[in-house]
Design a protein around this ligand. Structure first.
Ligand SMILES: Cc1ncc(COP(=O)(O)O)c(C=O)c1O
Length: 445
């Protein structure tokens, strides 16, 4: 393909003017590597965008999608159905924690979050508790970009321009504090052992302030991914669960990043031993090959909403492409791949090596913190004075030039390798990240 003109595409979450002055175009991908327009290989250190656990161009997924488009290209899921959507929902329900076995399909994580929020509101109303309209999220949480997601999310820059349009929400403190009780703990391997009591704020401050009767749901990521891998202390999620149960609140896990293997279990709920009332998923479910997401809902919530006249939809919600045949084919094939290639066990096996590799970066210049869990790590750099995010952006660009795709929320560089990575691949990622950090450090000191 000829080099395209870059003007018309308004790129999402991208400094457009800067990108278009210095574009980074990828034109193909296989396994762990992207190929750039100028023929270089770039190691995918972020699974695309937390999506491509099974590696790029997986033949089984491609074949399944090809078969599907040749058989049934499109069918709406409004009042008609096709087998793929039912089959996918059954498979996901069987993989989810006990009690969560009803699946609403959507096309993205943002839609999954807004869908779960609507289900929570409708559930409250169906129980005669229509006053429950407040959502509790967490500072530095990310739940996509719908108005529900940005309201319950805790990323200031995603909210600032849209302030007046927010839903009612309040927020727990982030689970990350580099000076826990005055003790520096910037370099933590896995879950910190101290700090579960951060969850107590839900009861001591937020329920005390708003009253439980007002709260529709508590929505958190098992670990915060998009703000640089903020890992919850051991016991934190258990405490949130206990408080929610005690006060009759719905607990929702946003597993858009963690769902389908990132922590070596199908869901973080299983890896971390806490069962919420709803689970949001997207990204890895289709290996990124098609837009696909969803909400796994407890039978109890679902059944509460199965009422009213039988000829009317029980939930007035859905998207034209909910349960799209191609996305479902990709999802079903990905579930086969996860099973056939034993990807969950591979993640569990690789995670300790990954942890060791990312922590070797502790002595790279300007590194102030490293956190990791499963196959996810955040390597935080000291910001340039007065220009937060500048060092991260420079290191991210340099990493790409050195053959590594990483992400830089602010000044944190994120690694989230595909599940099929080998130990040697992980070492290469850490090495290229070190080179990128070193090569930009001096220039921005
Ligand atoms: C935890 C979480 N929730 C929701 C989303 C939004 O997903 P999408 O971009 O598919 O709308 C993301 C995206 O990164 C995410 O990390």
């Amino acid at each position: 393909m000829d080099a395209p003109a870059l003007d018309a595409f308004w790129m999402p979450f991208t400094p457009n003017r800067q990108f278009k002055a210095q574009p980074r175009l990828v034109v193909s991908a296989r396994g762990l590597n992207y190929r750039t327009a100028d023929g270089r290989e770039v190691l995918d250190g972020t699974s695309g965008l937390w999506c491509v656990g099974a590696g790029h161009g997986h033949p089984l997924i491609a074949e399944a999608m090809k078969r599907q488009i040749d058989t049934l290209d499109f069918a709406s899921s409004f009042q008609v159905g096709h087998p793929g959507a039912f089959a996918l929902a059954e498979r996901i329900a069987a993989l989810a924690p006990p009690g969560l076995d009803r699946v609403f399909l959507v096309n993205s994580g943002s839609e999954a979050c807004d869908t779960a929020m609507k289900i929570a509101l409708a559930h409250a109303r169906a129980r005669g508790e229509g006053q429950r309209t407040l959502f509790i999220g967490r500072e530095r949480g990310f739940h996509g970009v719908g108005f529900g997601g940005i309201s319950v999310g805790g990323m200031l820059n995603n909210r600032r321009a849209f302030g007046g349009a927010m839903l009612r929400a309040d927020h727990l403190k982030a689970t990350w504090d580099p000076h826990w009780n005055g003790t520096p703990r910037a370099f933590v391997r896995g879950q910190p052992f101290e700090g579960a009591e951060l969850a107590d704020e839900l009861e001591a401050r937020l329920i005390a302030l708003h009253d439980a009767s007002q709260i529709a749901a508590v929505i958190v990521e098992p670990f915060a991914g998009s703000t640089g891998v903020l890992v919850p202390p051991v016991g934190y999620l258990q405490r949130l669960r206990e408080i929610c149960t005690r006060h009759g609140l719905l607990l929702v896990f946003d597993e858009v990043i963690t769902g389908f293997g990132r922590l070596g279990a199908m869901f973080a709920a299983q890896a971390l031993g806490v069962v919420p009332d709803m689970i949001l998923f997207a990204k890895t479910v289709s290996n990124g090959a098609a837009p696909l997401g969803g909400v796994i809902v407890s039978r109890a919530i679902h059944d509460t909403l199965m009422q009213g006249p039988a000829h009317l939809a029980e939930l007035m919600h859905g998207y034209t492409c909910s349960g799209h045949p191609l996305a479902c084919a990709a999802g079903l094939a990905m579930l086969d791949v996860i099973e056939d290639e034993d990807l969950l066990a591979r993640v569990r096996d690789l995670a300790p090596h990954f942890e060791a590799a990312v922590h070797t970066l502790a002595d790279a210049p300007g590194v102030v913190s490293i956190r990791n869990i499963g196959l996810a790590a955040g390597i935080e750099l000291a910001p340039v004075a007065g220009a937060p995010g500048r060092r991260g952006a420079a290191a991210q660009a340099a990493a790409f030039d050195h053959g590594l795709l990483t992400r830089a929320p602010g000044d944190t560089l994120v690694l989230a390798p595909p599940f099929i990575s080998t130990r040697a691949d992980i070492d290469r990622m850490a090495g290229r990240l070190r080179t990128a950090i070193q090569s930009t450090h001096g220039a921005l000191a």
